[in-house]
Write a protein that binds this ligand. Sequence first.
Ligand code: NDP
Length: 334
Amino acid sequence: MDTSTTLPTMEYRRLGKSGVQVSALSLGSWLTFGSQIGDDVAEELMRTSYEAGINFFDNAEAYAHGRSETVMGNLLAKFNWDRTTYLVSSKVYWGGDKPNQLGLSRKHVIEACHAALKRLQVEYLDFYFCHRPDKHTPIEETVWAMNTLVQQGKVLYWGMSEWSAQQITEAYSIARQYNLIPPTMEQPQYHLFHRERVEQEYKRLYSTIGLGTTIWSPLASGVLTGKYSSGAQADTRLARKGLEWLKNNLLTEENIKKTELLKPLADELGATLPQLAIAWCLKNPDVSTVILGASKVAQLKENIASLNILPKLTSEVIQRIEDIVQNKPAEPEY
Ligand code: NDP
């Protein structure tokens, strides 16, 4: 069997300590839906995902100023899949430029949810994330707003994205104090070049509050595919106008070097570089789901087949990866 192309059997994981099961791989829409790709490609990406057993589709009010949700909503309506067979998310924070279109006030959290439900054409969001912490709104106000949406049946599970462990703990404690529904999950960045938060900062939260994780950018926006070895290529994310900040952040000599060193190991395992990088994320038991991004159906198929590589990541292989990346965070002290 050619493990690098054969579509695998999907694995499902609990989202932290909650009862809901999410596919180990999921599909995201940042920069692609409603922007970089046509709606026909978005349709093929969603269909291919669903047929491969992916049950979670990630979105946000900020993505393409709402167009990403509109495209996904039109497709969900067209597919008409059984609503019990998929999970769809939105995230609130960046709704617009006006004062009450930004952040995590009760007003914006509730209004953004209503707008996302409309665009996505669903009656409830399975997952609703606070896209970033909001230093201008008391966490207590946001926790109450999320609880209201859960009580109204408009949101099933709520969480945050890129909050510190301390902010998550505060939200959790407030929810416990007032008998409200606490947050279930975080959406952090996690890949071979970016590890501290998931492996160190949040470590204690997995066992204490049962935090789930829906991790983003498993390929460091494509750097871990190896396609940037000779600089930013045309028709790729890091060559796009307006994304210079992302390119400056990720396309470093060090990251390119490490990616080149990982290539022979991937070859040895019969995997491609993206498959090795995604399988490495999946290997972490504290990761509930790895959100994939893809601008082409062939990329998505290649990435889904990373599940085939997972059994090949023995402790010896993991150690060889550690020797290459040399960035393993220290064990938390407590
Ligand atoms: P990745 O790091 O995996 O980057 C995906 C991009 O890499 C693709 O769009 C494509 O870009 C390129 N790529 C993917 N697979 C391959 C392949 N096999 N070969 C060559 N190139 C490939 O993930 P994303 O950064 O897209 O993040 C995934 C999802 O996570 C997002 O869609 C979003 O839902 C979520 N997210 C959440 C954030 C948050 O703040 N909560 C922030 C960012 C993302 P191209 O072809 O254009 O080069």
